[in-house]
Ligand binder design. Structure first.
Ligand code: VGL
Ligand code: ZN
Length: 229
């Protein structure tokens, strides 16, 4: 089944729902990517198909200064994907990625950006990484996303994008933690993990935290049923 523009439910929306599109940026996608997520480009058609069905549509952007402390290049002797510490917190040291104002940090051109109403940038503090769209990993720099969602009357959040094991995972967990009455979903086929093992761990963790794991076809089918009545 497809959500073609001609179908009778093409305009149907999920009431009070937000689609949170995490870090669909050049730096995480394709051969040319800086920190490529395997199959990352495959999330884009699914997200583009979902976007028109949500009244609230927010994207996040990893937006690091050139000297960000999560970059292996800032730690003598560290190689990308080594594990260490940053200001006392466990840290994976990443290849340089999503540097402010560079092509790698731009949202991917295939993403239907015309639908996005707000863009939240994160990861600007060089002393802490920021996986969640709500706050950095140290809890020092809230982005205000929870207030934005509350102000817009959002009661259900659907999270998609990259990467399942890092920014999608932490964003969904923060949504549960910060807004307890919120129903939180991760649209599994509209995400991809950096690595299969941490992807599987993320799904277990999300399930235990009460995040609902759904497929985009189920979400679209639910809208089509609602649109038919
Ligand atoms: C991400 C690693 C480093 C992500 C961002 O978007 O999941 N992962 N920075
Ligand atoms: Zn990053």
């Amino acid at each position: 089944m497809s959500a073609g523009r001609g179908s009778s439910w093409a305009g149907a929306e999920i009431p009070n729902a937000a689609l949170l599109v995490i870090d669909v940026q050049n730096g995480f996608i394709s051969e040319a990517g800086e920190l490529p997520v395997p199959g990352g480009a495959e999330v884009i058609p699914a997200i583009n198909e979902l976007l028109p069905h949500f009244p609230v549509r927010v994207a996040t952007q990893d937006w690091h200064p050139r000297d960000h402390g999560s970059f292996a290049s800032r730690h003598p002797g560290a190689k990308p994907f080594d594990r260490g510490e940053l200001e006392g917190l466990p840290q994976v040291f990443w290849p340089d990625h999503c540097v402010q104002g560079t092509r790698g940090a731009e949202l991917h051109p295939a993403l239907d950006q015309s639908r996005i109403q707000a863009i939240i940038r994160k990861g600007m503090d060089p002393a802490t990484d920021s996986y969640s769209g709500f706050s950095d990993n140290a809890g020092k720099n809230p982005t205000g996303l929870d207030g934005y969602l509350k102000a817009r009357g959002v009661r259900k959040i659907y999270v998609a994008g990259l990467a399942l094991d890092y920014c999608v995972r932490w964003s969904a967990l923060d949504a549960r933690r910060l807004i307890p009455e919120m129903q939180v979903h991760v649209i599994v086929d509209a995400t991809r993990p950096v690595a299969p093992s941490s992807g599987a761990e993320a799904l277990r963790d999300l399930g235990h935290a009460g995040v609902q794991l759904v497929q985009s076809a189920e979400v679209l089918a639910g809208i089509s049923r609602a649109g038919a009545v």
